[in-house]
Design a protein around this ligand. Structure first.
Ligand code: HEM
Length: 405
């Protein structure tokens, strides 16, 4: 394959999911690769960027935060404003992360797990009553959406409206469905304003959710300010819902393609722990995260100049044959599965990793317990969010037929 002809900014590349074959070539031939200036380059701000595809470099960059900064945000399509955890470095990042983590007390985490099971059961029962469902919208979307909404204390009546806006905002970036930047900004402003209102209500009338805890937690530098709370609200609605939804959809798709494994999992729920890790490795819902080189440096011998953008392609690292045996095979019994779906273990390691793991586990436990047949009822279609968005591509539609046990 001619490397100069590879164009990661071309949305067509992702219409059938993440282009694993292309990344197998990159890992073998150019593991530290500078993206050429292609037609779609403008979507990335018109500046160059490096593409890392191998496990070892991605993990090393993740674990060298003083050299590879997060301050300009994770996406290629925008510059971070330094307010969200994902756009911060050093001491301010550590401080905000510590304060936010303190909202997830063991008691709160247990409560969230109980809620996850209740939601999973009711969502699956609803689907069973209908027999055939549009799995992404009717099922996979709902569990993470309700969990994030429970964390933020969003009233039931507002949930579909809020998450539809979040979805529309993400889809705006797809060049296939161009929407004026002003419209995307308007949606972002509305989500911010809503988050702001909710946080103000929690201050006045705290209740039993994480956001209520976060408006009161403080350290020697004080409480999280309004802007920090608004940014956290925005980050969670995006970071915690689409990612987990895609892991659940892609997990079911992978299991349906391997009926022996699906039946083994149904017979032996003890396999669920390793199955969840394999679903995460195999689906890797975050396509890439971006870093900025703090000074002139090298990665695997390739010189990288100060200020250059470096992207870490997690789905590619998770299929690296130097690290995983038979990496293209989905195997729920896989051991030593140290995937990087949640990042490579640096200070930005996914804050919701525990919750996401529990949601996926609980969902499949309840689904397999309550069904005796599940099958695809049509074509799987992908939604392409565009190179500007670190999620880039996810399963958009997956018709599924289910039969109750
Ligand atoms: C399968 C589901 C999920 C996947 C694959 C995922 C993946 C990731 C990745 C790759 C990162 C960046 C890691 C890095 O830069 O080193 C991240 C960060 C983050 N995730 Fe997740 N995530 C998921 C679910 C969630 C959930 C459910 C929540 C919230 C409850 C969440 C909240 C966050 C936050 C707040 C950050 C930023 C942390 C920081 O910058 O310090 N994520 N996630």
């Amino acid at each position: 394959m001619d490397l100069d002809r590879i164009d990661l900014t071309d949305s067509e590349l992702y219409r059938r999911g993440f282009p694993h074959d292309l990344f197998t070539t990159l890992r073998a031939e150019a593991p530290v690769w500078r993206h050429p200036e292609t037609a779609g380059f403008e979507q990335t701000g018109g500046r160059g960027f490096w593409v890392l595809s191998r496990y070892s470099e991605i993990r090393d960059v993740n674990r060298t935060p003083e050299l590879f900064l997060s301050c300009s945000g994770p996406g290629l399509g925008y510059e971070g404003m330094g307010l969200m955890l994902t756009d911060m470095d050093g001491a301010p990042h550590i401080r905000q992360r510590k304060l936010i983590s303190s909202g997830f007390t063991p008691r709160m985490t247990r409560r969230l797990e109980d809620l996850a099971r209740q939601w999973a059961v009711s969502i699956i029962e609803d689907a069973l009553a209908r027999e055939q469902v549009e799995f992404v919208q009717d099922v996979a979307y709902k569990l993470p959406m309700h969990m994030i909404a429970d964390i933020l204390g969003i009233p039931l009546a507002d949930r579909d409206w809020l998450f539809k806006m979040t979805n529309d905002m993400l889809l705006c970036i797809d060049p296939e469905h161009p929407v004026p930047e002003s419209e995307r900004q308007a949606l972002a402003t509305e989500i911010f304003a809503y988050g702001h209102r909710i946080a103000a209500e929690k201050r006045a009338n705290p209740s039993d959710d994480v956001l209520s805890l976060l408006v009161t937690v403080e350290d020697e530098a004080g409480r999280l300010n309004d802007l920090e709370l608004d940014a956290f609200f925005m980050l969670l609605t995006v970071a915690g819902s689409e990612t987990t939804r895609n892991a659940i959809s892609a997990g079911l798709k992978a299991l349906l393609a391997e009926p022996e494994q699906l039946e083994a999992l149904r017979r032996d729920p003890g396999l669920q722990k390793s199955a969840t890790e394999e679903i995460l490795r195999f689906s890797s819902p975050v396509a890439y995260f971006k870093r900025i080189a703090a000074e002139d440096t090298t990665i695997a011998g390739v010189p990288i100049a100060k200020g250059e953008r470096v992207t870490l392609w997690y789905p590619s690292a998770n299929r690296d044959g130097a690290f995983f045996e038979d990496p293209a095979r989905f195997d729920i019994r896989r051991t030593n599965n140290e995937h990087v779906a949640f990042g490579g273990g640096g200070p930005h390691f996914c804050l919701g990793a525990h919750l996401a793991r529990r949601e996926i586990t609980i969902f499949f436990e309840e689904l397999l317990k309550r069904t005796n047949r599940i099958e695809l009822a049509g074509d799987v279609r992908y939604s392409v969010l565009g190179i500007g968005n670190p999620l880039l591509v996810s399963i958009g539609q997956m018709p599924v037929r289910l039969k109750a046990a």
